[in-house]
Design a binder for this molecule. Sequence first.
Ligand SMILES: Cc1ncc(COP(=O)(O)O)c(C=O)c1O
Length: 385
Amino acid sequence: MSVSENLDAIELTGIRRFFEAASRFPDAINLGIGEPDLDPPAELIEAAARHMRQGRNKYGPIAGIRELREELARIYSKRSRSVGPENVFVTIGGENALFASMAAILKRGDEVVVISPSFPSYAAIARIFGAEVVFLRSSPERGFVPDEEELRSSVSDRTKAVIVNSPSNPTGAVYGPQDLRKMVDVAAEVGAYVISDEVYEPFVYDGQFSSAADLIDGYGSIVVVQSFSKSLSITGWRIGYLIAPDELAERMQKFLLYSHACPPTFAQHAVLDALRSGVYDDYTRSARELYRKRRDLVVELMREEGMELVAPKGAFYAFPRLPGIDDDMSFCARLLEEKRVVVVPGSSFGPGGEGHVRVSFAASEEKLVEGITRMGQLLREMGVT
Ligand SMILES: Cc1ncc(COP(=O)(O)O)c(C=O)c1O
């Protein structure tokens, strides 16, 4: 199968199709978008403008500017002795980091385990490289954290990567250190990499964030995918990074060179300033408190409206079960047509998502109250609550 056939076999996600439909209703309350409604830190914007004025507008090194790689390696050295600047690759957001990781690891016919419901890019990118996707369903009963035995039964000697995502889009699940260790152990037993997508790192509301990077010293097979898109509210700047073991470094370099040559230079300098000056820490701390308040509000409102819900521990999504409704696509279409509210059908996130919807709380309290109230009205009109 050629790569273009692989692309032909991939559907544009349900999310994309749904947003196209939603664009017919510009006045709708949009709780579907997976990006912060906040402005980036003012200092960051000023720094970007300053760096542009100072002439940082040209190509830079393929894997990112040296100073940013060093700063990130310094931050990760608290988690692992083995991470140096040569293990850090600055990318065009988290998407490109995922793409580069899979380009470096996969070949046609390999298997990739994707814990589902999950961010749709994982399965799509794996399929672009001709890999077969094995979905491991996580259930609300276990807080959407996969069971070790189930994970063990979904890996085989063809498994080349297990993709984990904590905090999770769309479920809000947060894995503890033991959960991560079990997943890394099971992957290591079959010689597979773990690709750990940690782009929602700063947004954990209950307990502590755990990174797969804490396990790098014991295992040579961990790739961490990161991004500043959500943490600094700069989804349009396209700055992410990955931490990868030495054995993948050369392939990463080749992929990054031929995919886009380099990440935006001025933006890397601005992000570096934010990390060094403490702007990153201050901003993410206050964004987390704001999202936490909204999370609490959303959980309360949804439960009042009769939706079953595992309270999200992290990220900025709630993933309620619609009572007595399996066809989430039709529900979302009706919610849009009749109540002018956009949420994302759960089945767009793969097996286990059916009968759920994803509601982003990266939206104002006012919009959340109005949007969830209207969802409740529709559920009553449908006679299910
Ligand atoms: C879990 C997850 N990983 C990666 C990404 C991609 O991030 P970026 O915008 O930095 O490419 C997203 C974006 O929604 C996401 O939700």
